[in-house]
Design a protein around this ligand. Structure first.
Ligand code: ADP
Ligand code: MG
Length: 694
């Protein structure tokens, strides 16, 4: 490393993206650790005090010389980059000289003390309320070279953000970051101490390599399930480890990217560590030569003897499943280009929409392009693509035990909390878009049952006072799906019945629960165990009673589950089907853990797992197609539907009402007698033939 800290020239400053934002303790700790690694430390100690918003990072790196201490903490002052050319061959994590400056601006006190390798003196620089004091010589000299950074009262000027920080969750994030960095630097020892609890949460002595570091963190049992991969394709190389056992999300996936075309001497940065059975997207379009695997479209399948089932693996996304994809599903969900992959999301209002999670500019360069595009853009042909190395993903596929993933999480809407008040749904038919409001549903009048499937009804869509609506004759002829409508009515009743007053917190509701004997034994990771332990009260309000086991393998015992889970279970058992209670509770716990990780502690929304179980209960007891309904039954169904919070869709989100024809428009059309403009249509058709189908 250049020893001099210099201010980056203006032209380089301009090339850098806008300033590093350090809005979390986790990022602050990460930046400080990376500085220590840049200083070639072999030992990094971190202490965190989440109550005082204080962190301390101590290293035995090269240290900072006394002249450089002055420019320390000034924005764009760095020893790691000095010209535009340097930006092309970066050897360090840092190069912008922004991290310390940002940390200083967000803390009431920052103290940096350092002893450079070439001196016996220790120099100290203090920043008070963002202002740097003069450098002085420390009274107590460090015994050897290295740097200590102490950050106090971090985020003091961002009170709202600070209030939202959850000590346990943030502590977990910091631990996760320390562990992630440590996997890339197995030869560095790391410790993390929680000063509030006194607990040493990370203690990792120097390890031989990434595999041994993984053993230190996640135990040998887990490490034995890893497979080493190494694959080279043209100028690209992927190395690392991949788990042969499924994990339901990517929290154990660590990827680092590095360009191989540049000679860098910071070897440890090259280490790619993927600890998830989801193959790195770069490899997923490899032609798989193994005869046991047959490709059909975008899915590969092969018979997995260890589980006695056929496993289907998507070539593009790496997602896998046990059951065959229906043909049309395959076309919808799996394109050759994941940037166009869509998932269905149910928004807060309960409406389903498609979203394209991979269509983010920033992510694009790392995603696989379709083969043709890739060949063109990289200027390579795929001559070597058929050559399989023994460490290839193909070989790994055949060793996988259980690479099964759940679908992306959906967000449920809580119909009990009044989120749905004032909801209107836009419905298109070919001629006119309609905005159905709930007031309109109140005006709905049944004409007759049709085909033992639908109720033909008239709705008043005219702009009138709600009271008047019920008086005047309806103008819009709609079909109400009798199954969807009844399912919706049943779902809302079931949701309401699932809650009871919470004796622990008056005025609040909690999910009704039921005891399950013997308690369910559920395996979790250490991290999940800690997260669950931190929110036991919350779990009770969700109808769960969770006990924690100290056994060698982390697991929890669930003694109470939401009542509706037991109802679903007894339905399944009564029908002679296999028990579902354990997978449902597992899914429920995971949903809660994911919510904790992503949004922190939130209370009061109907959990999606509960919603799904209730939806299936609602479906099973609902009126079916081919049930004939009397006039009275029709009337009471429509009346119940109109009092629903979300009358427009069934329990699973499909529409319950479809518009057919508006009698008002019928009249108008007859008078004006519009005819299609054939000339224009022909022109459009010609244009499409010429340009449209390229
Ligand atoms: P960057 O890492 O991008 O250079 P920072 O603000 O993180 O920017 O750090 C500024 C400079 O302070 C670094 O370039 C380095 O010279 C010095 N520095 C920071 N932390 C350490 C450390 N732990 N050991 C030695 N030098 C350090
Ligand atoms: Mg830095």
């Amino acid at each position: 490393m250049n020893t001099m800290i210099k201010c980056l020239p203006k032209e380089v400053q301009g090339k850098l993206r806008s300033g590093v934002a350090l809005p979390s303790l986790q990022q602050c700790v990460e930046e400080l650790i990376l500085n220590s690694i840049d200083a070639e430390a072999t030992c990094v100690g971190v202490r965190m005090d989440m109550e005082a918003f204080k962190v301390q990072v101590i290293d035995n790196g090269a240290g900072i010389n006394s002249e450089d201490m002055d420019s320390l903490g000034k924005r764009y002052c760095t020893s790691k980059c000095s010209s535009i050319e340097d930006l092309d061959s970066l050897r360090w994590y840092g190069f912008r000289g922004e991290a310390l400056a940002s940390i200083v601006s967000l803390s009431t006190l920052v103290e940096i003390s350092s002893r450079n390798r070439s001196t016996v003196k220790t120099h100290v620089k203090i920043f008070k309320d963002g202002k740097g004091m003069d450098v002085f010589e420390g009274e107590t000299a460090r015994p050897s070279a290295g740097t200590t950074v102490i950050v106090c009262n971090f985020l003091h000027n961002m009170p709202v953000r600070r209030k939202r920080v959850d000590a346990v969750l943030e502590g977990e994030r910091i631990r996760h970051r320390v562990e992630a960095i440590s996997l890339m630097h197995p030869s560095v020892s790391f410790t993390l101490k929680n000063d509030c609890t006194g607990a040493m949460t990370v203690q990792l002595p120097k390890a031989r390599n990434t595999y041994h570091r993984f053993v230190q963190i996640h135990s040998l049992v887990k490490a034995q399930k890893l497979g080493e991969i190494g694959y080279t394709h043209g100028q690209f190389e992927v190395i690392g480890y991949i788990g042969r056992e499924g994990h339901y999300n990517n929290s154990l996936q660590f990827l680092t990217g590095n360009d191989d075309t540049q000679g860098s001497n910071n070897n440890e940065q090259h280490c790619d560590t993927a600890l998830n059975p989801e193959p790195a997207p770069v490899c997923s379009t490899n032609p798989l030569a193994d005869e046991r695997e047959e490709a059909s479209g975008d899915w590969l399948h092969h018979y997995e003897t260890s589980v006695g089932k056929t496993v289907y693996v998507n070539k593009v996304t790496g997602l896998s499943r046990y059951d065959e994809m229906p043909a049309e599903d395959t076309q919808v969900h799996c394109t050759s280009d994941v940037t166009n992959m869509a998932v269905s999301v149910i928004n807060k209002m309960g409406m389903e929409y498609r979203c394209y999670p991979f269509q983010v500019d920033l992510v694009l360069p790392f995603l696989p392009k379709s083969r043709t595009e890739r060949v063109i853009s990289s200027g390579l042909d795929d001559r070597d693509a058929n050559v399989e190395s023994s460490n290839s993903l193909t070989t790994l596929y055949s060793k996988w035990k259980n690479p099964v993933f759940v679908r992306p999480p959906m967000v449920g809407v809580d119909v009990t909390s009044g989120q749905a008040v004032g909801l209107a749904v836009k419905i298109h038919n070919i001629l006119f878009p309609y905005r159905f409001s709930k007031a309109m549903i109140h005006s709905m009048k049944v004409i007759h049952q049709v085909d033992k499937k639908f109720l033909a009804c008239l709705i008043n869509t005219r702009d009138e006072e709600p009271a008047a609506m019920t008086e005047t004759e309806g103008n819009l002829l709609v079909l109400v799906d009798q199954h969807a409508a009844h399912e919706r009515v049943r779902l809302e009743n079931l949701v309401a019945d699932s809650y009871e007053e919470d004796p622990d917190s008056p005025g609040e509701k909690r999910l009704c629960s039921s005891t399950i004997l013997p308690p369910l034994e559920i395996s979790v990771t250490e991290e999940e165990l800690r997260l669950l332990r931190s929110c036991q009260g919350h779990l009770r309000s969700l109808g769960l009673d969770v006990k924690f086991s100290q056994a060698a393998e982390p697991q929890v015992f669930v003694g109470k589950v939401p009542l509706c889970f037991m109802e679903k279970e007894s339905n399944e058992v009564r029908r002679g089907r296999p028990s579902v209670i354990k997978p449902v509770v597992e899914e429920y716990l995971r949903e809660q853990i994911e919510l904790l990780r992503s949004t922190g502690r939130v209370r009061g929304t109907l959990p999606l797992t509960v919603l799904k179980v209730l939806a299936s209960l609602a479906c099973h007891g609902a009126i079916k197609f081919n049930d004939s309904l009397s006039r009275d039954e029709c009337h009471s169904l429509v009346a119940s539907l109109s009092s629903c919070q979300l009358p427009f869709q069934c329990a699973h989100g499909r529409p319950s009402i479809a518009p057919l024809v508006d009698t008002l428009h019928l009249d108008k059309d007859e008078q004006e007698l519009q005819r299609p403009n054939l000339l224009k249509l022909r022109r459009i058709y010609k244009a499409w033939q010429l340009y449209g189908n390229r």
